[in-house]
Design a protein around this ligand. Structure first.
Ligand code: S2G
Ligand code: ZN
Length: 480
C-alpha cells in the first residue's frame, strides 16, 4: 500500500516564476495575489487538518474573466491550479498537494490556489421557472437566506451550509440531508458557466431542465472535483418550500434495523425529507462536546432521525407511521426548539469528531440492504487494522451513505482506510458517496471503478486538460 506523504511540514512547493507572478497581478490586481506565507496559511490546510500543501500563491479573482485570465496564465506558466471554495471538502482536493506535481523534467511545479470566494453574484429568483443563477463563491447558507420569502427553497441542505460554496458543491456533487427527497447537486443543476484548462469559457446559461443537445457538460463537470473545469456560475432548479417540519428520533437495535425502518417510513410517508443514522458513541461525543440532554433515559445501540416536511403540520402523520415500526423507543419533537435539539445530535458529529482529533473520514455508499452487515463487519475490520480505534459511524442511511469516522491512526497511516474501503468494494458499494475522491482515495479508485472506467475518465481528462493544469493529483495520483 503506497503511503502518501500527507501531513508533513517539509512539503515541497516551487516558487512562482516572475513573469507568471506579474501576469497574475495584472489579472486580478496585486492585492488579490497572496504570496506571504502567513496570508496563504489558512488556505493551505483542509478543514479536517489531515491534508496540507504549500501554495506558491493564493489568487482571488472577482469575475469570470479574471478566472479565465488566471487559468490561462498558469497553464502557460507551467503552474498547477488548485480551485478552492469553502475548503470544507474533506478529501484533500482543495488544498495544494503535499508532494508538488512534477513537470516533464521531474521538477516541482508551482501550485496556485484559485480562491472562488469573491464570485458572489446572487441572481434574482426566476419565479416562472423556479430557478436562480448564482456565483460559484456563494455559500449555501447565503443562498438559503437569499431565497427566504421567495416562495422557493434550494433542494440541498447540509451541516456545512455556512462555509460550503455552491461552486464547490457542484465540483464535488454534494449530497447532504435531503437527497432522499430532492437528489444530489447534479440533479439540481440547470445551467453552468465554467473556465476550461485552456482559459476558454463554456457557458450553458440559463440552461434548460430538458436539454439533449450533445454531451451534458454541466452534468460532467458536477463531481469532477475541479479537474475538468473551474465552475464560475451555476443555475439551480428550486423546490417548493415545506414550511412545516416534524422530527423524530427512534432508538433501534442496529444499523440494519435503522435501514429497514427508514424504508418502511419512506413507503408510508410521502412527506419524508430525511433519514439519518448515528451510533451511541457518536451521540455521547456530541453531548460531551456540544452539551445538551440525552433524548432517552437508557442508552441504545443506534439511533434513526427522521424528518417530514409539508405545507401543513405533518406531526400526526409521522407519529402514526412510527407507531407501525417496532422501535425500542421514540421521541417526537414538539416544537422548533425540540426539532433543532434532535438535529443537533446528528449535525454535531462533524465538529465533535474533529475536536477529538484528526479523523480518518470515510464517506461511503453501501447497498442499503447490506448496511446492517456492513456496520458489523466494518467495525471488526477497523479493530483488526488498528489497536484502539475510536469509531463513529453516522450518515444518510436512507441513501445507503455512511460516514465512517475513525480516531486513532496517524493521518498518513492508511491501514484503516484500506480495511474500510476494501470492504465497501467487496460489498459492491462506492468508495465515495458525496465528498469525492480528492487525493485521499486515489489508491482505491481503480479497484472501485475498474480499468475500463478509469481509462475512459483519463481520456476525458486528457482531452479537456492535456497540460494537467487543473487540480493535478486529484482523482488520479499521476498525470493522465
Ligand atoms: C455529514 C459532513 C462531513 C463529515 O455530516 O453528513 O457529510 O463526514 C458529512 O463529518
Ligand atoms: Zn454527509
Amino acid at each position: 500500500l503506497r503511503h502518501h506523504v500527507r501531513v508533513s511540514h517539509e512539503t515541497d512547493g516551487a516558487a512562482l516564476p516572475d513573469p507568471l507572478l506579474a501576469a497574475l497581478r495584472a489579472a486580478v490586481g496585486p492585492s488579490h495575489v497572496l504570496t506571504d506565507a502567513d496570508l496563504r496559511a489558512t488556505y493551505e490546510t483542509d478543514w479536517s487538518r489531515r491534508f496540507h500543501g504549500v501554495a506558491a500563491a493564493v489568487v482571488r479573482p472577482g469575475t469570470m474573466d479574471e478566472v479565465a485570465a488566471v487559468v490561462r496564465a498558469c497553464g502557460q506558466g507551467g503552474a498547477a491550479v488548485v480551485p478552492q471554495g469553502g475548503n470544507t471538502g474533506l478529501v484533500g482536493g482543495s488544498v495544494p498537494r503535499a508532494a508538488a506535481p512534477r513537470d516533464g523534467r521531474g521538477a516541482p511545479r508551482p501550485q496556485v490556489i484559485l480562491s472562488m470566494l469573491r464570485l458572489r453574484e446572487l441572481g434574482a429568483v426566476d419565479q416562472v421557472a423556479g430557478e436562480v443563477t448564482v456565483g460559484a463563491g456563494v455559500t449555501l447558507g447565503a443562498l438559503q437566506a437569499h431565497l427566504a420569502g421567495s416562495g422557493w427553497e434550494v433542494g440541498i441542505d447540509m451541516g456545512s451550509r455556512d462555509s460550503a460554496t455552491l461552486g464547490g458543491m457542484v465540483a464535488t456533487n454534494a449530497g447532504g440531508i435531503h437527497v432522499l427527497r430532492n437528489g444530489v447537486m447534479r440533479q439540481q443543476l440547470v445551467g453552468i458557466e465554467a473556465v476550461l484548462a485552456s482559459g476558454e469559457i463554456v457557458r450553458r446559461l440559463p440552461g434548460a431542465v430538458k436539454d439533449n443537445t450533445g454531451y451534458a457538460l454541466p452534468a460532467l463537470f458536477a463531481g469532477s472535483e475541479g479537474t475538468l473545469a473551474v465552475v464560475t456560475r451555476l443555475r439551480l432548479r428550486l423546490v417548493p418550500p415545506l414550511p412545516r417540519r416534524a422530527v423524530a428520533l427512534l432508538a433501534v437495535d442496529d444499523a440494519g434495523q435503522a435501514a429497514t425502518f427508514a424504508a418502511e417510513l419512506r413507503r408510508r410517508l410521502a412527506c419524508l425529507t430525511a433519514a439519518e443514522l448515528f451510533d451511541d458513541d457518536g451521540m455521547r461525543l456530541v453531548l460531551v462536546h456540544a452539551g445538551g440532554e440525552a433524548p432517552f433515559r437508557e442508552r441504545h445501540p443506534r439511533y434513526l432521525l427522521v424528518e417530514c416536511g409539508a405545507p401543513d403540520d405533518p406531526t400526526d402523520q409521522l407519529v402514526e407511521a412510527i407507531s407501525a415500526v417496532a422501535a425500542r423507543d421514540a421521541v417526537v419533537a414538539g416544537d422548533e426548539g425540540g426539532r433543532r435539539r434532535l438535529w443537533a445530535l446528528r449535525e454535531g458529529h462533524t465538529e465533535s469528531v474533529n475536536a477529538a482529533g484528526i479523523p480518518h473520514k470515510l464517506d461511503v455508499s453501501v447497498p442499503i440492504g447490506r448496511i446492517g452487515a456492513f456496520d458489523v463487519a466494518v467495525r471488526e475490520a477497523i479493530r483488526a487494522a488498528h489497536p484502539l480505534p475510536r469509531i463513529f459511524i453516522y450518515g444518510h442511511v436512507g441513501d445507503g451513505n455512511l460516514h465512517v469516522n475513525v480516531l486513532g491512526p496517524d493521518p498518513d497511516d492508511e491501514a484503516v482506510d484500506d480495511a474500510v474501503l476494501g470492504l465497501v468494494i467487496e460489498l459492491g458499494g462506492a468508495v465515495s458517496a458525496e465528498h469525492g475522491i480528492g487525493v485521499a482515495k486515489t489508491a482505491w479508485l481503480v479497484r472501485d471503478r475498474g480499468e475500463a472506467d478509469i481509462a475512459a475518465m483519463r481520456a476525458i481528462k486528457r482531452g479537456l486538460d492535456p497540460g494537467d493544469v487543473l487540480n493535478p493529483g486529484v482523482l488520479f495520483s499521476d498525470p493522465a
